[in-house]
Design a protein around this ligand. Structure first.
Ligand SMILES: Cc1cc2nc3c(=O)[nH]c(=O)nc-3n(C[C@H](O)[C@H](O)[C@H](O)COP(=O)(O)OP(=O)(O)OC[C@H]3O[C@@H](n4cnc5c(N)ncnc54)[C@H](O)[C@@H]3O)c2cc1C
Length: 478
C-alpha cells in the first residue's frame, strides 16, 4: 500500500465512485516504474474496479521551454508509451502545439474521473498549476510524494544544515526504507478496459510524434546527446552502481573522470527514481535495513554501514538532495528568496554590497563564456553544449558569478537563468539549494573575511586548478 504520509489532498471535492475511471496526471514522476503516484492510482482503480487513465502532457508555454528540454521529455514520453502499451492502463500522452491549446483538457478528463491523482513535486510552476487545477475540478484531487526515501511531509521542520537533517534522518528514516514503491505497479493487475474517453476530450489528439522545430518554443538551445527516458536512465543507473560506485569516493570531485552517476537529469524529470537507485545500491552491497543502528549524531559516515564509497554517494543523493526538497516543500514562498538566507549571510552580503567589483560581467557575457577566467568559461561551455556539468565546477561557477555581479539579487538571477535555460536538471529543488549554497544557505561563516564575499565561503579557479586536474577539461570545453 502507498504510505498515507506520502498522500495529500489538494481539495475537498468528493471521490465519485460511479464515474468512469481513475485518472493519474503525471507531471514530475514521468515513469511507469517505482512510482508511488502511479501505484496509488492503480490501488484505487483496483479498489473501485475501474479502468485507469495515465495522462502525461507537455506544454509549450512554461518558462525556458526549448528544444533541449522538450526533446528530453519527449524521449521519456516515447518510452512511457512503449511501457504502458502492454499494461492494463490507458496511456494518454499529449503534446501542446501552440500556447494554450491544451487548456481545458485536464478538466475534460477529470469530469469523468472517480479520483484525480497527481505528483507532489514542490517546485517551479508545478505547485501553482496543481493548486489552480484543484479549484477547477469537481473530483477529489490528491498528490503523492515519490521524490525520495524520506517522505517530505513526515516532518514540518525545516532543516538549515546538512548535519541537522542527517541527524534527523538517522533517527526517523529506517521504517521508510521498508516502504519502497512496487517496481512495476501494474504487473499482475487486472483492470476493466475503458471503452472510450469522454467525447469532450476528442478535440485533443493524443500522441508524442511531433517535430520539435515546429513548436513555438526557444530553438536557440539545441537538444543534447544525453537521451531522455526511463530505459536510458535505468541503464545509466545500473552502469554507475555496478562499475563506478566503488570509485565514487575518490573520483567524485574530478571533472575529467566520468566518476559521478550523471543521473541528475533523469532524477529531475522523474525518468528514474531515488528508490530504484537505492535498491540497486543495497543489492550490490548486500545490505539490509536491519543493519542500521541508532543515530550517530549526524556523522557523515558510519551510520548506513555501507562501503565508504556508497556512504559518500548516499550522502549526496539522500541527505543533500532531500534537504532541497525539505526546504521547497515547507517554504514554498521562501526557497527562491534571498530573505531565506541565514542571518550571518544576509549581514555579510549587506556589509560588502558596496565593495568594488574588479570584474563585472553582463548576463550576456556570462552566457557566452566571455570572462577572463578560462576554467569558468569552459564550465559554462560544457553547460551550453552538454546541458550538464560537474558538481565541483558548479560550486566554482556560482561563486564566480557572485564575485562578478553587482550584488546577490543579480547573481541569483544569473544562476537561475543560465541553469534554467541550459541545464537539463535545472528548475529542481536542488537547483535552488545550489544557488543559495553559493550565498550561504546550509553553510557557515568563513574566515578570513574578504572583499565582496565577506564571510561567505570563497572559491577561486586558481585554487581549484591546484586541487583537481582541469587542463584537459579546459582544452575540451574552453
Ligand atoms: C551552484 C549549483 C547549482 C546546482 N544546480 C543543480 C541543478 O540545477 N540540478 C541538480 O540536479 N543539481 C544541481 N546541483 C547539485 C549537483 O551539482 C548536481 O546534482 C550533480 O552535479 C549532478 O551530477 P550527478 O548526477 O553526476 O551527481 P552524483 O554525484 O552522481 O550524485 C547523485 C545525485 O545526488 C544528488 N546530488 C549530488 N550532489 C548534490 C548536491 N551538491 N546537492 C544536492 N544534491 C546533490 C543529485 O540528485 C545527483 O544526481 C547544483 C549545485 C551547485 C553548487
Amino acid at each position: 500500500m502507498t504510505p498515507s504520509v506520502r498522500i495529500r489532498g489538494l481539495n475537498s471535492a468528493p471521490l465519485h465512485a460511479t464515474r468512469d475511471y481513475v485518472l493519474y496526471w503525471m507531471t514530475s514522476f514521468r515513469r511507469a516504474r517505482s512510482n508511488f503516484s502511479l501505484q496509488r492510482a492503480v490501488e484505487e482503480a483496483v479498489r473501485l474496479k475501474k479502468p485507469l487513465v495515465v495522462f502525461e502532457a507537455l506544454r509549450v508555454g512554461y518558462e525556458y521551454a526549448n528544444d533541449r528540454l522538450h526533446t528530453f521529455v519527449l524521449q521519456g514520453m516515447e518510452e512511457n508509451a512503449r511501457r504502458f502499451a502492454d499494461s492494463p492502463a490507458l496511456y494518454f500522452p499529449y503534446v501542446e502545439k501552440e500556447a494554450g491549446e491544451g487548456k481545458g483538457l485536464l478538466a475534460a478528463l477529470a469530469a469523468r474521473a472517480c479520483l484525480l491523482v497527481g505528483d507532489d513535486w514542490p517546485c517551479f510552476f508545478v505547485p501553482q498549476m496543481q493548486a489552480a487545477a484543484a479549484k477547477q475540478v469537481d473530483v477529489r484531487f490528491e498528490v503523492v510524494d515519490s521524490n525520495g526515501l524520506y517522505p517530505m511531509h513526515h516532518t514540518t521542520r525545516v532543516f538549515t544544515t546538512a548535519h541537522s537533517f542527517r541527524t534527523h534522518l538517522q533517527k526517523v528514516l529506517p521504517p521508510h526504507l521498508l516502504e519502497l514503491p512496487r517496481e512495476d505497479p501494474l504487473a499482475g493487475v487486472k483492470l476493466p478496459k475503458l471503452a472510450s474517453l469522454p467525447k469532450a476530450v476528442s478535440r485533443w489528439k493524443p500522441g508524442v510524434e511531433v517535430m520539435v522545430s515546429s513548436l513555438p518554443i526557444d530553438h536557440s538551445v539545441p537538444a543534447v546527446s544525453m537521451k531522455g527516458g526511463s530505459a536510458v536512465g535505468e541503464t545509466r543507473l545500473k552502469l554507475f552502481v555496478d562499475e563506478r560506485l566503488a570509485e565514487y569516493g575518490t573520483s567524485r570531485n574530478e571533472p575529467e573522470i566520468d566518476g559521478t552517476s550523471m543521473l541528475s537529469a533523469y532524477l529531475h524529470f522523474g525518468h528514474v527514481s531515488a528508490h530504484q537507485l537505492f535498491a540497486r545500491i543495497v543489492k550490490q552491497e548486500k545490505w539490509s535495513p536491519e543493519t542500521l543502528g541508532k543515530s550517530i549524531g549526524g556523522a557523515r559516515e558510519g551510520w548506513w554501514k555501507l562501503s565508504p564509497a556508497a556512504e559518500s554517494f548516499v550522502d549526496q543523493f539522500v541527505t543533500w538532495r532531500e534537504l532541497g526538497f525539505n526546504m521547497s516543500s515547507h517554504r514554498p514562498e521562501e526557497y527562491r528568496s534571498l530573505d531565506s538566507l541565514p542571518g550571518w549571510a544576509k549581514a555579510t552580503i549587506k556589509e560588502h554590497a558596496k565593495d568594488p567589483r574588479p570584474s563585472l560581467y553582463t548576463l550576456q557575457q556570462l552566457e557566452r563564456s566571455q570572462t577572463h577566467d578560462e576554467l569558468w568559461n569552459a564550465a559554462m561551455g560544457q553547460l551550453r553544449r552538454d546541458g550538464w556539468f560537474h558538481n565541483y565546477l558548479r560550486m566554482l561557477w556560482g561563486k564566480k558569478i557572485y564575485e562578478w555581479s553587482k550584488g546577490a539579487p543579480e547573481a541569483l538571477h544569473a544562476m537561475e537563468y543560465l541553469m534554467g535555460k541550459y541545464s537539463i536538471d535545472g528548475r529542481d529543488p536542488i537547483s535552488w539549494s545550489g544557488y543559495f549554497w553559493v550565498l550561504g544557505r546550509y553553510d557557515r561563516a568563513w574566515g578570513p573575511e574578504r572583499k565582496i564575499f565577506g564571510k561567505l565561503r570563497y572559491m577561486s579557479s586558481d585554487n581549484t586548478a591546484k586541487k583537481i586536474s582541469v587542463k584537459r577539461y579546459v582544452a575540451k570545453y574552453g
